[in-house]
Design a protein around this ligand. Sequence first.
Ligand code: ADP
Ligand code: MG
Length: 240
Amino acid sequence: MTTLTVDDVTLTYPDGGGRLTALNRVNLTVGGGEIAAITGPSGSGKSSLLATVATLIRPDSGHVRLETPDRAVDLAALSRREAASVRRSDIGIVFQQPNLIPALTAVEQLEAMSHLGQSWFTAPGVRRRTHTKARELLAAVGLAEQHGKRPAQLSGGQRQRVNIARALMNDPALLVIDEPTSALDTERGSAVIDLILDVVRAHHAATLLVTHDRTHLHQMTSVYTMTDGVLTPSRTAAAA
Ligand code: ADP
Ligand code: MG
């Protein structure tokens, strides 16, 4: 069983002569196949929490424990090199803007993910398996027919689906998703949230989801509110 435990995490940024506290002793737990939703006003620290959990920023203090059946690691205590390796193998990241590579087709976006960190030579069998998996994931997000299209040929909602499929390419134990629907209309946004609910259950990833969309909060395992760097549970898994 996978569990992510954020334990008393504090993060500050330099701010003029002083420091700005972006995360103030934050605690949170989420298990595999569960989604902890995080809401809160702009500038309250939501993205900073996701970046910290995703090992992109190291906090001033506290622990970010990721336990999987294979191992337990404190994501807040890794070197840059270790963090990059853990991101490749264990963490799926979905940001608001898809950041797809314009020249690559949908299936190539996913394949490129898998080849990151590998040598320039990849055995044909591995390449075939990667291709098959990329096609399966695109089908799972409803884009079976669009695998050969480049980002410019896809709608905003379709690009966000490619983004989500790409984050699943390495079977992440941990998924962090930051405002995935903010660039989409309500209907497409709902479809993307439904997709996230499906893939999290299917892949058993421990998931943190930042969202402004209150209509879906009842479907989440737990709900937290961030205010000025302080995270407060609104509804916890136990009470769900
Ligand atoms: P949210 O995602 O809730 O809008 P953020 O985590 O992006 O909030 O930002 C929290 C606070 O930290 C804000 O005051 C923001 O200006 C500040 N901040 C975010 N990133 C940086 C950074 N790289 N350097 C300095 N301050 C930052
Ligand atoms: Mg943000």
